[in-house]
Design a protein around this ligand. Structure first.
Ligand SMILES: *Cc1c(COP(=O)(O)O)cnc(C)c1O
Length: 294
């Protein structure tokens, strides 16, 4: 396990930036590692520890063709001399994320959407007689992931009024809320689902944490749905990045950061609140949308 931490920048630093007259604190989980970045490292940490304890040397996981989780798993496997195989949803394609996965030595198995739906079936079908394999669910979703994400809160040395994070499955948000409740912080957690109909995230979080009193979901910042963008979002990301030197991705962190400033403009969040924005990484998401930035 020593090796796992050796490469990682932990605890991740908090940088203070100023944008549109507002001071913002940014927890730079994007700096933990260039490839095993952000919440994907937080989620993998105890999964990899468990795999090591069980003497498994072949990670099997699942994801879409632009999955930050696949890239994180591929890089983490390579650093730790583990094999990695991914079932990739949909027909065979190539893109920058998958090319990097392959560079790190990950084997890719493109899988039609129908078979992809049942991941345990897929795993059983291909690996039932293989003792070396370790199953990692899509996005790293697991109870180990929640524990890893809660550690983000353990690293904080001062209080914030609000913590903001982006949500896809809600696992990261669940871990943050667990950490906030464990430390009995006054901090409120504001979560920005990046997909349409993100209300399910409340139920997802409730599976892991019963006290939801500090949770606020903002459902109107999906920009048309998962991985959808608008010119307004792209303009915001360009403006923020050129003004602060901190890159945002258009899938997750860009939408969350847009929400922070929009909620302040609307008066829903006070302008003088002390806000910590969790930068969950995922910067290679920019490459999938690069034509929109040029
Ligand atoms: C995967 C990802 C998320 C979403 O995390 P969940 O735990 O699934 O909610 C947020 N930000 C980035 C950059 C991601 O890659």
């Amino acid at each position: 396990m020593g090796k796992l931490f050796y490469f990682m920048l932990l605890p991740s630093p908090i940088h203070q930036v100023s944008f549109r007259g507002k001071t913002l604190f940014v927890k730079r989980d994007d700096l933990i590692d260039p490839f095993v970045s952000g919440n994907k490292w937080r989620k993998l940490k105890y999964i990899l520890q468990d795999a090591a304890e069980k003497n498994k040397n072949h990670l099997i996981t699942f994801g879409g063709a632009y999955s930050n989780h696949l890239l994180a798993t591929a890089a983490a496997a390579a650093k730790n001399h583990l094999k990695a195989t991914a079932f990739v949803r949909g027909e065979m394609v190539n893109n920058p994320t998958l090319a990097l996965c392959k560079l790190f030595g990950m084997q890719l198995q493109f899988t039609d959407r129908e078979s992809y739906r049942n991941k345990t079936d897929l795993f059983e079908k291909h690996y039932s007689n293989d003792n070396s394999v370790y199953f990692i669910d899509e996005g790293g979703a697991s109870k180990e992931a929640i524990i890893g994400c809660a550690e983000i809160i353990d690293e904080l040395l001062e209080d914030f009024d609000y913590i903001f994070c982006a949500a896809g499955t809600g696992t990261t948000a669940a871990g943050l809320l667990k950490g906030i409740n464990k430390h009995q912080l006054p901090t409120q957690l504001h979560v920005i689902p990046v997909l349409k109909g993100g209300d399910f995230i409340r139920d997802e979080i409730a599976n892991y944490e019963s006290d939801l009193s500090k949770l606020h979901l903002h459902l109107d910042y999906h920009f048309g749905g998962y991985a959808k963008t608008t010119p307004e979002l792209i303009t915001f990301i360009k403006d923020f990045t050129s003004s602060t030197g901190i890159l945002l991705d258009p899938i997750y962190t860009g939408k969350m950061c847009y929400a922070i400033f929009n909620l302040m403009e609307k008066g829903i969040i006070e302008k003088d609140a002390k806000i910590l924005m969790l930068h969950t990484g995922g910067l290679f998401g920019i490459l999938g949308k690069i034509d929109q930035f040029s």
